[in-house]
Design a protein around this ligand. Structure first.
Ligand SMILES: [Zn+2]
Ligand SMILES: [Zn+2]
Length: 264
C-alpha cells in the first residue's frame, strides 16, 4: 500500500483532506476551525498531534481557517507558494519562522517519502494550486476551486490512482437559483468553480478505466444536490463507455463529515 486518503470535509463551509504514506501524515488545506479538524481526524483514528504538515491550495477562508491554530497548537509546518503566503499571512496569525515553508508552483519537491507537485489552476485567488502526490508507484491528484481546466492540468491529472475533483454546481440550478447576478457570474466564470458537467468531461478524459477512484468535491449547498452531481458525472462517463460500477469507483465527499479511508 502506498497511500491512505480520506476527505475530512469538502465544500464552501470548509475543506480539508488527509493523506498518509508509510512515513508522512499530511493535510491538504485546513479550512475549518482547529477544533473541528481535530475531531474529524480523531473520528478516523488519526492523532492530530501526528500531522507532519499542512499544504495550502489557496488563501480563501474555507481552505485556511484552522491552519494557523493547528500550526501553533501542534507545531505543524505550513507549505504554500509566496503569493499565497502574502495573501493569507494576516488570517493565519503569528507563526514560528520554522513553520513557514515556501514552495515554487510547478516545481516538484519531497517531504519525507511523499513526492509533491503543486501546479497552477484558475481561481480568483493570489496563486491557487492543485496538487499531485506521489509515493512508490502510485499517484493522487487533488483539484478543487478552479473555473476551468487547460491542457497542462489535464496532463497533471492523467494516470491518477485517486482523483479528487471539484463538482461544484449544476449549471441549470445556478442559472435559475437565488444567487445575485454578480455571484452567478463569479461561480460560473473562468476563475470560479467547475460544474458537474465540467467534472464529468474532465474525469472521462483523464481516466483509463483501470479501477481509478474518483471523488467529487466542493459541492455547492445552494446550487447542487449530491445525487445530481453523482448522476451527471456517471451519465457522462457512461456515454464515453466507462462503466461507473465496473471500471472505476465514483464517490461523493461531504461537508464536515469524513469519507471512508481509501487504501491506494
Ligand atoms: Zn473553496
Ligand atoms: Zn476558493
Amino acid at each position: 500500500m502506498s497511500f491512505r486518503f480520506c476527505s475530512l470535509s469538502s465544500g464552501s463551509s470548509g475543506n480539508s483532506q488527509y493523506i498518509e504514506t508509510g512515513g508522512m501524515k499530511i493535510l491538504v488545506d485546513a479550512g475549518l476551525s482547529g477544533k473541528k479538524i481535530q475531531n474529524l481526524l480523531t473520528s478516523v483514528d488519526v492523532d492530530p498531534s501526528e500531522i507532519d504538515c499542512i499544504l495550502v491550495t489557496h488563501e480563501h477562508g474555507d481552505h485556511v481557517k484552522g491552519a494557523g491554530i493547528l500550526s501553533r497548537r501542534f507545531n505543524i509546518p505550513i507549505y504554500a507558494n509566496e503569493k499565497t503566503w502574502e495573501a493569507m499571512e494576516e488570517e493565519l496569525g503569528k507563526l514560528k519562522d520554522e513553520n513557514i515553508k515556501i514552495f515554487n508552483t510547478n516545481s516538484d519537491f519531497e517531504i519525507g517519502d511523499l513526492g509533491i507537485l503543486p501546479f497552477n489552476i484558475y481561481h480568483d485567488a493570489a496563486e491557487p494550486v492543485g496538487y499531485n502526490f506521489y509515493n512508490k508507484n502510485k499517484k493522487i491528484s487533488v483539484i478543487t476551486d478552479t473555473g476551468c481546466i487547460d491542457d497542462q492540468i489535464k496532463k497533471h491529472i492523467k494516470n491518477s490512482n485517486l482523483l479528487m475533483i471539484e463538482s461544484n454546481h449544476d449549471e441549470n440550478m445556478l442559472r435559475m437559483g437565488s444567487y445575485p447576478w454578480f455571484l452567478k457570474k463569479r461561480v460560473s466564470g473562468e476563475l470560479g468553480h467547475l460544474s458537474n458537467e465540467d467534472a464529468g468531461n474532465i474525469v472521462s478524459d483523464a481516466l483509463s478505466g483501470k479501477n481509478e477512484k474518483i471523488l467529487l468535491g466542493h459541492l455547492s449547498r445552494e446550487n447542487n444536490f449530491p445525487e445530481l452531481a453523482h448522476q451527471t458525472v456517471s451519465n457522462i462517463l457512461n456515454e464515453k463507455g466507462i462503466d461507473v460500477c465496473r471500471d472505476i469507483s465514483l464517490d461523493l465527499t461531504f461537508k464536515e463529515k469524513t469519507t471512508k479511508i481509501y487504501n491506494i
